[in-house]
Design a protein around this ligand. Structure first.
Ligand code: ADP
Ligand code: MG
Length: 380
């Protein structure tokens, strides 16, 4: 017997097809907490390439099933995530369309691993840059396209406490966001570097990452409380009359941690910071919801992050949100919050999670959920 709490209609399942929809993928990272032995305290697991189940904290005899556009399990590779969710949109940049890819989820759940990765396991950012460079090179050498040249540039900003900082020129600490007459969003004064080769990109990216680290060590955990926004612009210039110019923008974003800081007990400055971050992540969730429901008003202007993304999230842009989650019990409530943000649909099944994990009890040591973690039967 299953109680259905379908969010399909709510998320536009029966509404007119809209190109503005944000595709949502969830990636579960492997189990890492050695104190929780042998997966016994595991509280979430994949079911198929689009869904997962998680134990219901209110009733251990129930599990909750969530469905997404894509689900990547704990054994998924960097290549699978990239080819499944990001590679297909890159060709749109070469025809002047915009796109954004962002990693959402609590600190420690794998956002940076997914976006940046490591030299041995490169993530979405290096893979996308390498492929875009290659695609632009291939396009300029085809006969059809010989009247066009392509150039690729990068900018890298950090949004911290509603301020936009230029990571390639850290003295630019509070840059404005403007809209031109064609509704393109731009940041006047933002550093832009041309990249002809992957080595060019690597050099600028490393420098910017160092600048981010310097800013971050001055204040504890700043990097998990700020949004890192990499912008790759593909510009296509016609070499003959009428000298048209097309620009495609790709935003690759490692978002601030979505954890609830009221639960982790931060105070003072850190609470103020988390307030600012929670509100911009909250605005992002409202924007994604409004887009996926086809609402007429999208609240882009309510935060710097969404204002910056206005021309690249929704509308004619191609947007992908990758929600990173962790399997350990201590992440349970942050996982639920993240899933409720990401889910296309949810279903409560009244059977225990699995035999071995009937020991997964919600113990008194488990901190109380935030007010907005929904009760299983409530709609969003
Ligand atoms: P976040 O950026 O969300 O705080 P990280 O990307 O830093 O999280 O991941 C936390 C830790 O987990 C890192 O040590 C990272 O290397 C590891 N990790 C995350 N995702 C995976 C994965 N899919 N496979 C292997 N290790 C992972
Ligand atoms: Mg990170």
């Amino acid at each position: 017997m299953a109680k259905r709490v379908s969010l399909m209609d709510y998320h536009g399942g029966n509404k007119k097809a809209s190109t503005a929809r944000v595709r949502v993928a969830v990636r579960l990272r492997p189990y890492m907490d050695k104190e929780e032995v042998n997966g016994k305290r595991l509280c979430v697991r994949g079911l198929d390439s689009q869904s997962l189940e998680i134990v219901n904290w209110r009733n251990q005899l129930e599990t909750m099933h969530y469905q997404f556009d894509a689900f990547y399990g704990n054994d998924s590779t960097q290549r699978e995530v990239y080819t499944g969710s990001v590679y297909p949109i890159l060709s749109k940049l070469l025809i002047g369309q915009n796109a954004s890819v962002f990693a959402y989820g609590p600190t420690g759940a794998g956002k940076t691993h997914t976006m940046q990765g490591s030299p041995g396991q490169p993530g979405i950012i290096p893979r996308a840059v390498r492929d875009l460079l290659q695609m632009a090179r291939a396009a300029s050498s085809t006969a059809d396209d010989e009247t066009w040249t392509y150039s690729i540039t990068m900018s890298y900003v950090e949004i911290y406490q509603e301020k936009v900082m230029d990571l390639l020129e850290p003295k630019n600490k509070d840059l404005p966001i403007r809209e031109d007459k064609d509704h393109n969003i731009l940041i006047p004064g933002l550093t832009q570097k041309t990249i002809n080769t992957f080595a060019d990109f690597d050099e600028h990216f490393m420098l910017a990452s160092q600048n981010r680290t310097v800013a971050s060590t001055k204040l504890n955990d700043r990097s998990s409380r700020s949004h890192a926004v990499l912008l790759i612009k593909v510009q296509k210039n016609q070499q003959v009359v009428p000298y048209r110019q097309l620009t495609g923008k790709l935003y690759l974003i490692d978002l601030a941690g979505s954890e609830d800081n009221r639960r982790t007990g931060n105070q003072g400055i850190r609470l103020k910071e988390s307030g600012a971050i929670n509100s911009s992540l909250f605005t992002l969730s409202k924007v994604v919801d409004a887009l996926n429901q086809g609402l007429p008003r999208i609240p882009y202007r309510d935060s710097k992050l969404t204002r910056l993304l206005q021309d690249s999230l929704g509308g004619s842009a191609h947007s992908v949100m990758i929600t990173n989650i962790a399997p350990e019990e201590k992440y349970y409530f942050d996982t639920l919050t993240a899933l409720n943000f990401a889910a296309k649909s949810k279903q409560i099944i009244n059977k225990p999670f699995c035999q071995e994990s009937t020991q997964v009890t919600v113990q008194p040591t488990m901190k109380r959920p935030r007010d907005d973690v929904e009760a299983p039967t409530a709609s969003r």
